[in-house]
Ligand binder design. Sequence first.
Ligand code: BGC
Length: 803
Amino acid sequence: MTRHTEQEMDALLSTMTTGEKIELCSGADFWHTKDLSARGIPAATLSDGPSGLRRQPEEGDMLGINESVPATCFPAAVTTAASFDPTVTERVGRAIGEEALAQGVGVVLGPGANIKRSPLCGRSFEYFSEDPLLSGEMAAGWIRGLEATGAQASLKHFACNNQEYERFSSDSLVDERTLREIYLASFERAVRSGHPSTVMSAYNLINGTHCSSNRWLLTHVLRDEWGFDGMVVTDWGGMSERSEGFAAGCDLMMPGGSAYGEAEALAALRAGTLDERDVNASTRRVLHMMTRAQDAVAHAGEADMAEHHRIAVEVAEAGAVLMRNEGGALPLADVALDRIVLIGDMARAPRYQGTGSSHINPWKLITPADAMPEARFVQGCREDGSTSEELLAAAIEAARGAEAAVVFAGLPARDESEGFDRSTLELPEGMNRLVEAVAAVNPRTIVVLMCGGVVEMPWFEQAHAVLYLGLAGQGVGEAVRALLLGQAEPGGRLAETWPLSIADCVCTPYYAGERRDAQYREGVYVGYRYYASAGVEVRLPFGFGLGYTEFAYRDITVERTGSGWKVRATLANVGSRAGSETAQLYVAPPAARGYRPARELRGFSRVRLEPGEEAAVELELEERDFAVWDASCGAWAVPSGTYTLLIGRNCADTPLAATLDLETNTAAPAPPARWYKQPEGTPTQADFEALLGRRVIERVTGKGLYTRDSTVAEMSKTSLIMRLVYKAMEWAIARRCDGKVNYDNPEFRMQMASSAGASISSMRINAMLRAYVFEGMLEMANGHVLRGLRLMMRRVPRISGER
Ligand code: BGC
């Protein structure tokens, strides 16, 4: 019998000592909470997410990231988001929930609702979009699906974890309006319409405060404003200061095992600097999560794995984006498969998932080459993107003799991963050469692109068709076959802008540089909000995607309703095949817009129509859709004037327009510096300081100044002990990978970034050490060798008996 009522909780809490409560608010090990079986509540199990279940064997830890129980590997968020259809993520969430419960897992760590701020973010593939509405809606779908099974989602990484560089300790400097309109808005929507049971706080700081210690973020905004009533868990190793965490509303520290900060929290309680009510509130929320997990796992059914594989295939199809299709090169319905040549190693070793904590051990994998055995295969270039004159010559020859040539290209795994950012948007040179060579000899050259984010496509105009899959999961092969042959239609629309080059992204000059702080200088001009406002040409705009049929748009109308407006339009399938279209509604501010993006996505709707069929789409707007955040009074306000409502195929192609006059007392937001009125070039630090309303003072670091936020990599520059630790880590991690110190191996690089690149506090927590070894090393790096040695010998006291 599980406990749910508050009275039962009260009764349970009253049997616990203060020490036990504090201890319960840290896990037991990497994936479990403490076990309260003696009181009727067994340990709850948490596992990654979000592209499938990464249930590690019982002794699992941060290392050995790829060893997990076989599960269905669904397409990553980059692909699901492109469906512009929350029922797609809902299906994925539900399937993952079923697999989780069947494995005894009560909480799944996902989805990720961070905004794609720069395409260089190494973890871009795990996030949905550069747009908060789309990101929040897709995340909400995933949460609804997963939680319908009884499993609990953990919406992550809250908030402003938009780069991997120094992710454990970087400080995201961002003004409140930008936070509210862009970065928090994505989470807000996911919370308000998805109702996750748990939220994961991010590693980084926001404006000088760690997310795990941020009462404004975790209590004021998340709970008091958005109505979240669940549990907050830290990202793994992301607790900065335990008693600050309690005070902020950060309930569960994971992983457990280190007793990190527990004795200090008890001391703070006794000294009166920590309120017992905060500890009780956190304990109660952890207990609620545990009892719900217990309940759900007890009622778990069996997961239908064959059905889940089918979902993986369908979702990959729904999220595939047809980027180019000259002369109807696709579909290849009229070509016999044995007249098609598949070129490139990625046809038989596809990139279908990202590296890091979302890595799934798929129970089944069908490659494109497996799915099309009738087609000829030539290597052309290797999996890592390298090629040779011989490989190219063989590919050219095969392409010459084929009716259609399908080149498989994409980013090798080493180029995009959790833990580190990308340095370029270029594809490996061998792949670019291969595409150009094949397109020059075969007039029906199709590029199938597999990567978790934007790449530059110098050959774009030469290829006859380009089909972008993102990271399509374990059903990639069947999906590609169906899409190429026209048995399925590429239903995706780009959830992020594809710029012509990385130099065109506004934040490139100052993104994840050498600095510890992440300056969000561009303010609300993120993604298409920037390109559309600055008039910068792009390769493909946000929302873009072709299909195998054509749609016409007509008859926009706007009608006032009780609480907002209804915008309607008619869509007609004017092509010769059935197909789906995603109608997108953008709102453009009044002409004298001040500091505001030129247009913003405020609604979308996907419809599927037979040839000749038409349908009405109906999209709703509320006042908030016209509002800006006014930080001076801490509220949303609608600037007065004539707004334009635009409906169309993507952010740059909106054939329908209607206007709406809104008379209010609010003026257009004044630009804090000229750059924000009309973005051009790079915003300077001075522009940014005007936006932020304060000076930016860079944190200084060095011997004597290192803190718990410092990393082994950073300190190894001045400290011999840290250099030795660094080497020891390289050695230990190499042993777990391919035996070599090899920074080209993404798993090795990711694990180095997550250990030597992690802050001392997260090292201590993730190492699950009940001793002050890392703190001692920190003292030594600061030049206090004896003090450091003494600290290293100290054991962490047990506090469970403390009343
Ligand atoms: C990642 C989280 C993940 C956690 C547990 C962290 O390093 O940032 O997304 O859920 O590890 O694997």
